[in-house]
Design a protein. Structure first.
Length: 311
């Protein structure tokens, strides 16, 4: 038995959380998701309340794993903190009460309730932590296959957890969720090249940068060369290819849940279009949608569901 599992079961059980504690916990993860100003928040609110709460809890966990690595608060102890995160995750699955002194106490209550309501494989959430852990060794990827491994862990694994909340019966949903995760993560990478360079990370296949004659120094200097434009054209087309595969997921999901990934996907389709319209210059211009634009997008999707379309 792995060390983390031994430590997980060593925790003494306690009385289950009360309905009020659980309700408060879900309110806390909803608030933290909204505060993150994530593109995902505006997709999550299209879900029925119980599923929405579950998604908030799962997102809060994934966000915490990412923050542990990105915030730099733990320094050389970052790996140990990720180990601790995995142990606490195992405790949640084992039905062990979280430590009341844990700063994320409410998140663990919400997550424990979620994983006992929905068949979310613990390995999917562990994969997210593993993907975040990859950043500790310096984020550079030699080939596209190497980058796909990273995207699959940090993004597709999240999608695989989410579809268990959404509900599906056709096993093809798994393949399409993986492709959708790759598409969304690649779009984030193309949008955030400058920000990632500033913290020493290059989430681009080095082999392909060489193939397209794109210099890392040019990217650092924010020089949008013809070579960089061709490279970005290829990457945007690749992201669209994975999106086209990923959207095949929607008809396989429970009808109440489809609006969520539909909204998410449309946000990213708009981001890709804006990258194109700006001449692929994400080095000097970070593309994004305002809160109003995201809300407007959700409104259009809801109205279309009601059969109302705009000319």
């Amino acid at each position: 038995m792995p060390t983390e599992e031994k430590e997980a079961v060593a925790v003494s059980p306690a009385a289950p959380s009360t309905p009020q504690q659980i309700a408060d916990a879900y309110q806390a993860v909803a608030a933290s998701t909204k505060a993150a100003s994530s593109n995902f928040y505006y997709a999550f609110i299209t879900l029925p309340p119980e599923k929405r709460n579950a998604v908030y809890a799962g997102y809060a966990f994934c966000r915490l794993a990412d923050d542990i690595v990105d915030d730099g608060e733990y320094g050389e102890r970052t790996g140990e903190e990720l180990d601790s995160l995995e142990r606490r995750l195992a405790n949640a699955y084992a039905g062990k009460a979280p430590d009341p002194d844990d700063s994320r106490y409410e998140m663990w209550i919400a997550l424990a309730d979620t994983v006992h309501k929905y068949p979310i494989n613990q390995q999917h959430l562990r994969d997210v932590v593993t993907g975040c852990r990859m950043d500790l060794n310096g984020a550079t990827y030699e080939t596209w296959d190497d980058l796909v491994e990273y995207c699959t862990r940090v993004a597709s694994a999240t999608g695989l957890a989410l579809i268990e909340v959404f509900g599906y019966e056709d096993e093809r949903a798994i393949e399409y969720a993986i492709d959708l995760g790759i598409a969304l993560q690649l779009t984030n990478i193309l949008r955030d090249i400058t920000e990632d360079l500033e913290i020493g990370r290059i989430y681009l296949p080095l082999e392909e940068l060489v193939e397209y004659a794109v210099s890392i120094d040019d990217m650092h200097q924010k020089r949008v060369t013809p070579e960089f434009v061709r490279f970005m054209e290829f990457q945007v087309a690749r992201a669209r290819k994975y999106l086209a595969s990923g959207v095949r997921l929607f008809p396989l999901l429970d009808s109440q849940s489809r609006k969520c990934p539909e909204t998410m996907t449309q946000v990213y389709e708009i981001l890709l279009s804006r990258i194109e319209k700006r001449g692929y210059d994400t080095l000097n211009n970070r593309v994004s949608l305002t809160k109003f634009q995201k809300f407007k997008l959700i409104s259009v999707i809801w109205l279309r569901r009601l059969g109302i379309r705009f000319v």
